[in-house]
Design a protein around this ligand. Structure first.
Ligand SMILES: Cc1ncc(COP(=O)(O)O)c(C=O)c1O
Length: 396
């Protein structure tokens, strides 16, 4: 398989970041310990939140957040249909049913608060707000709704490690009972696999700290330092621990996070300007929204969903440009389709027409131009009235 000329995402680590991991490997302590704890302090300060609990993934953080919200068998959690499946599957881990809500529309891929409200019922325990692509969902409105109805708001902040709603200084992930972050490879702040639960609530933090390590009353690190001799197990817990090399990498990368996001914002604004000249495609959100977004992905909406797959082939095969779809609608997956036969028109339209373009901090202007050229050329070729031209693809 040939490498794409412009990949969807790319990770570039500095020598300092690599050396932080190498030093950890030489330190003789690899599992959750001082580096994890120090990264938690740094991230809590970065967010301006009381507690940050590092875990093995955002999925683990979501599971712990729902448990902390008291979600259990027979309950319902309202989740946007346009998200990664983990926002919903973590509710199922608790024995609860995820109930999908529609998103706002083409210009805002966040969950629609009015549709959330319409789906609140006697079994609803929590609402999950996903900050799609690093752009704030209507989190203040959702927080007010949840407070009024006695529900927990959980933020899936997997995409938004330093983002804010427009006009606010408060970072996303700090509005709900808990905010859940992902450090998966392709994320804005990444270490391979990792996550974090942020909360201002002491009890939620205590539950997450306990359950991430089998609900044991002391950790291996405590016992290693002679701070504890044995342990009890006080609840059903999990192995959701982070390890030291990942924590060291995250701590080293946190210092560059704002600069990375600035590059993402510059590239996003440049994409938006170039795309405004291309017929057949539009961009969600506004230039002003970019200022407070972490710009995780460059999402575009195609006028015609039917051209998406041939367009992706043209972009990939002729131009070496990799693309993706964020996201298929969760309620249309085989594992979720039988939960309800209700239609969610905005989410379904978006799932058919959305296309994700390459974006990472060191994407060059030339690389970005190649993406736009491939997209414009493909769309022109596939425009109505030009059917058949695909039969003879040009060699490159
Ligand atoms: C919106 C969203 N939520 C949750 C997750 C799960 O994150 P992780 O892979 O760290 O478990 C992802 C990962 O892609 C995501 O995009």
């Amino acid at each position: 398989m040939t490498e794409p000329r412009v990949p969807l995402f790319d990770v570039r680590l500095s020598e300092e970041e690599i050396s932080a991991v190498a030093q950890t490997l030489r330190s003789g302590w690899l599992t959750m310990g001082p580096r994890t704890s120090s990264f938690e302090d740094d991230f809590a300060e970065h967010l301006g939140v009381r507690h940050a609990v590092a875990v093995s993934s955002c999925t683990a953080a979501l599971h712990l957040a729902y448990l902390a919200a008291g979600v259990g068998p027979g309950d319902e959690v309202i989740v946007p249909a346009i998200t990664f499946v983990a926002s919903a599957s973590a509710a199922r881990y608790c024995g609860a049913q995820p109930v999908m809500a529609d998103v706002v529309g083409d210009a805002d891929l966040g969950v629609d608060p009015a549709d959330v409200e319409a789906r609140i019922g006697p079994r609803t325990k929590a609402v999950c707000a996903v900050h799609y692509g690093g752009y704030a969902a209507a989190v203040e409105e959702l927080r007010a709704l949840c407070d009024e109805r006695g529900l927990a708001l959980i933020e899936d902040a997997a995409h938004s490690p330093s983002a804010r709603p427009r006009g606010s200084d408060r970072k996303l992930g700090t509005y709900g009972l808990a905010g859940c972050f992902s450090f998966f490879s392709n994320k804005v702040l990444s270490c391979g696999e990792g996550g974090l639960l942020a909360t201002g609530d002491d009890d939620v933090a205590a539950l997450a700290r306990s359950r991430r390590s089998h609900a044991m009353t002391s950790s291996t690190w405590d016992r290693h330092r002679g701070h504890a001799a044995g342990y009890d197990v006080v609840d059903l817990g999990f192995n959701y621990r982070m390890d030291e090399p990942r924590a060291a990498l995250l701590a080293a990368r946190l210092g560059g996070l704002e600069a990375d996001i600035e590059s993402r914002r510059r590239l996003t604004l440049r994409y938006r300007r170039l795309l405004s000249e291309v017929p057949g495609v539009s961009t969600p959100y506004t230039d002003a929204d970019v200022d407070t977004s972490s710009c995780y992905v460059m999402a575009v909406m195609l006028d015609e969903g039917s051209v998406r797959e041939p367009l992706r082939r043209i972009m990939s095969e002729r131009h070496g440009v990799q693309t993706s779809v964020l996201y298929p609608a969760v309620h249309e997956f085989t594992a979720y389709a039988s939960d309800s036969d209700e239609r969610l028109p905005c989410s379904e339209a978006i799932a058919r027409r959305q296309l994700t373009l390459p974006l990472y901090p060191h994407l060059s202007d030339d690389g970005q131009d190649a993406v736009i050229t491939s997209l414009a050329e493909g769309l022109a070729e596939l425009a109505p009235g030009t059917e058949g031209t695909l039969a003879a693809p040009r060699a490159r």
